[in-house]
Design a protein around this ligand. Structure first.
Ligand SMILES: [Zn+2]
Length: 342
């Protein structure tokens, strides 16, 4: 019997040493050391041996059981440490791996173009001037020589909040704010910003668009200054050999009013589909500031004169990149927007 017990002990010990993880160890415990396990069952054998051997056998059973239990605990501590070490190894950061690329946001194409255009005029000494998007009717229309019944108001369908308050239809409303702040001093400002019109959204028109507008007021300002500034602008934007063409036009706030074209950038003036075979592309509207507007701004039209010009930024983007639908610009489609970089 004692021999069998020794055999069992050595087998059980080997099994214990061979457990590879905590789950194995758990099954070992259930099979051997739990209340109905094999080691525990040896205690029931004690009563079956002859009386004279019983004491020694009982001692041996107790020794085997407690040694197995001690060996079990040692094994458990070891396997726990091994388990922790494995978890750490599995979750460790490999600092030699290449980094994941970070996708950073970029500027909207309109923002980039507004900054570029404003930048050209700022380098010519025009100071940036911004004003509110929500405007009074008189700053947006009346003081720009468009009284309430003026037919030119029909050219600009307007979002009204009330009879007097509206979303500005052009950045020109900022001209009034600037003139009233600085008159009678000479003025040279560039006004960038978002404008709003109550239009149907089509490939050619949107309800919002950016404008960059310029205003220069001083004692000896002439039409030739306007031409010089705009030629310089066209050459900065479209290349040193660019030419401009000035055509008569009509705006209520300028007199005379002109529209300014540049040589078609696609065909260099040869004539193509984009320029409708004229060789020219419409760039912006401009003119000498109307005396009534100067007066509303606080200037004396007998003493100073002004030039003003304004261009639509989205139209410029379409022109430059040969895009035929303005709606792409405001659709927030990242596949489109990402093509403009940073
Ligand atoms: Zn062309």
């Amino acid at each position: 019997m004692l021999e069998k017990l020794q055999q069992y002990y050595s087998t059980a010990k080997t099994l214990l040493q061979n457990t590879a993880n905590l789950a194995d160890l758990e099954s070992f415990y259930r099979e051997h050391l739990a209340p109905s396990g094999k080691a525990t069952n040896w205690k029931r054998e004690i009563g079956k041996v002859p009386v004279e051997e019983r004491r020694a056998f009982g001692q041996a059973v107790n020794e085997v059981t407690s040694e197995l239990l001690a060996a079990f605990e040692t094994r458990r501590d070891l396997l726990k440490l091994k388990d922790i070490a494995e978890t750490i190894a599995a979750q460790a950061t490999d600092v030699t791996l290449p980094g994941r690329p970070l996708r950073v946001g970029g500027f909207h194409p309109s923002t980039l173009a507004v900054r570029e255009v404003s930048g050209v005029f700022q380098r010519m000494g025009f100071m940036p001037f911004e004003s509110a998007h929500v405007e009074l009717d008189r700053n947006n229309f009346e003081y720009l020589n468009m009284p309430p019944d003026h037919p030119a108001r029909d050219m600009q369908d307007t979002f009204y909040f009330s009879e007097d308050i509206l979303l500005r239809t052009h950045t020109s409303s900022g001209q009034i704010h600037a003139m009233r702040r600085f008159a009678p001093e000479p003025l040279r400002i560039v006004l960038p910003g978002l404008c709003y019109r109550h239009e149907n959204i089509t490939p050619r028109s949107e309800i919002q668009f950016h404008q960059v507008e310029g205003l220069l007021i001083g004692p000896n300002v002439r039409m030739s200054d306007l031409k010089g500034v705009l030629l310089q602008f066209a050459r900065q934007m479209f290349g040193p050999n660019q030419q401009i063409r000035v055509r008569g036009s009509y705006f209520p706030f300028t007199e005379p009013s002109v529209e300014v074209d540049i040589r078609c950038t696609l065909c260099s003036g040869e004539g193509c589909r984009v320029c409708k075979h004229t060789g020219w592309l419409e760039l912006l509207g401009a003119g000498m500031v109307h005396p009534a507007v100067l007066r509303f701004g606080g200037y004396d039209p007998e003493k100073v004169r002004g030039i003003a010009f304004g261009l639509g930024i989205e139209r410029l983007i379409l022109l430059r990149h040969g895009i035929d639908d303005i709606r792409y610009i405001f659709q927030n489609d990242l596949r489109f927007l990402r093509q403009f970089g940073e």
